[in-house]
Design a protein around this ligand. Sequence first.
Ligand code: WTA
Length: 638
Amino acid sequence: MFTPYQIRSIEQYQLDYAQSVEKPEEFWGNIAEHFVWRKKWDPVLNWNFKEPNIEWFPGAKLNITENCLDRHLPALGDQPALVFEPNDPKDDHRVLTYKELHFKVMQFANVLKNNGIKKGDRVCLYMGMVPELAIAVLACARIGAVHSVIFGGFSAQSIADRIQDAQACAVITQDGALRGNKIIPLKSVVDDALMACPTVQRVIVATHARVPVSMLKGRDCWWEDEIKKVETQGNPFCPAEEMDAEDLLFILYTSGSTGKPKGVVHTCGGYMVWANYTFVNVFQYQRGWTHFCTADIGWITGHTYILYGPLSAGATSLMFEGIPTWPDAGRFWDIVEKHHVELFYTAPTAIRSLMAFGDAPLTGKKLNSLKVLGTVGEPINQEAWHWYDDRIGANQCPIVDTWWQTETGGILISNLAGVTPSKPTFATYPLPGVQPVLVDENGVELEGNNVSGNLCIKFPWPGILRTTYGDHERCRQTYFSTYDNLYFTGDGCLRDEEGRYRITGRVDDVLNVSGHRIGTAEVENAINRHAGVVESAVVGYPHPIKGQGIYAYVIFNGMHEDEELTRQDIHQTVARIIGSIAKPDKIQFVEGLPKTRSGKIMRRILRKIAEGELENLGDTSTLLDPSVVADIQQGRLV
Ligand code: WTA
């Protein structure tokens, strides 16, 4: 069974696309009719990219959890909403039907209320991939609190920065998270963060890994105790708060080209429509299918394609707590077989790392439940694409290469599984509502096919970000000021002879390491905090598994005799300031950095050296001291 607005043929794609461009309001107004609203909109859209001011479905009232839970109860109440596969395959999996998830979300929503949390308050979530995270996210949405999920790999300092920026009043966490054979002490990291966060009044701690934690009187409480209180109060029901379509749903921090991550803001109505529309269309979801998205809910992919997209569509969404290589590199495939997964969505970096284990982990695995495969987060290379197609999809499953960003809320450019053709390494065509343009450096639009340039979008789609939290000017400058009247993605892109798009990577100072976005300026700031560091410059270089690796050039004062120890000291510093995901892969100690006479570091040269390109460094005549280049070349790390 398909969804009424599901595109089922190329012809229909072309018609829908044309209509979405010619009559966007009519088009999205019709789609929005398929959701539950307490009050309808008027008009469908207000927008300008100057300020920017973007409102989808203004005046409409809704609650996204009524669309993700309540409305499914009559027909799908007993169908699994979430399937939780634990870290350790020896432990039991858990299933929450729509009825059960609805019940648990209301229960925890009452816990939030009992703890004084109300509509508009910001709540920070720092958890592992456990059902309680999904429940907590939805419970926030139920009462209109704004959730800000922070990926479990970020450090205390990063959490503190995000909590302070959002002025969050509460944190939800767990004792520890299980990842392979490691336990990550989440609560203890939160404790460190909270030394600098006076706005936080409450910390709710779920037990999971059963590691000892300190519980502070008056501030910290146990999830389980709070649930018991709600049970004794005797009212399991929690009505959904009525939200304006443009009320905040969540903040998600992401890296840009400056040192400070920004809080990307998504709102209730447009984001819901976009998450749902893209989920059913790109993956061609059919009723009863199980969707396994391997992302973490700490990133946008988890928000949109583990939670809001699948749940709003009434799908079964699988949440996996562990890692792809533990206890062995067949873990994903065991899960696919065990739970009869139809839709499998992962990142190229995961495919490449599993590919490196060869075929042995696949032997004997029954993957024939699979119908559609997807990739996200970074450009996929030919080799990985074909391995995925052959070994995982048995050449029977369309692969969707989905291009999008935290800021876009959901997929913007992708083929539609089995409906529009794929082309390896190409995201292919834009979804209805998405109007891409390529521009040159001066913002001149590149018309026609067979061109490459910077990727911009010239019309709002329902899932576009609305602002960056607490700093609207920053949103304008980052996304809407580079080119007049265009949303600038930060990505380079080419359009082939048939108008298909291939995203080639970031054109700004943002790295994509294992599908994680990391700003070079952020890493530099962290390295520079180390006492012995005089100055540093960070660039990306091609990495066979991670996509990009982090290469740091560091001027250091007072080196240990053991250079390696100094490297580890710097790693420790970066792990403390940002988190271990930002540790440089290579640290080269240098005497000087190539600078222009005005003091600007010439990253172009450093990038080339890191990439192993030792000739053709381009014009170095504007350098203050061209001799540093030869020294750096000599000391290059391979
Ligand atoms: C990159 C992840 C090539 C791109 C959803 C973008 C991709 C950044 C693809 C956003 C793809 C994402 N092909 N590159 N299919 N998907 N990217 O915010 O550079 O974590 O700007 O969102 O990932 O990363 P973010």
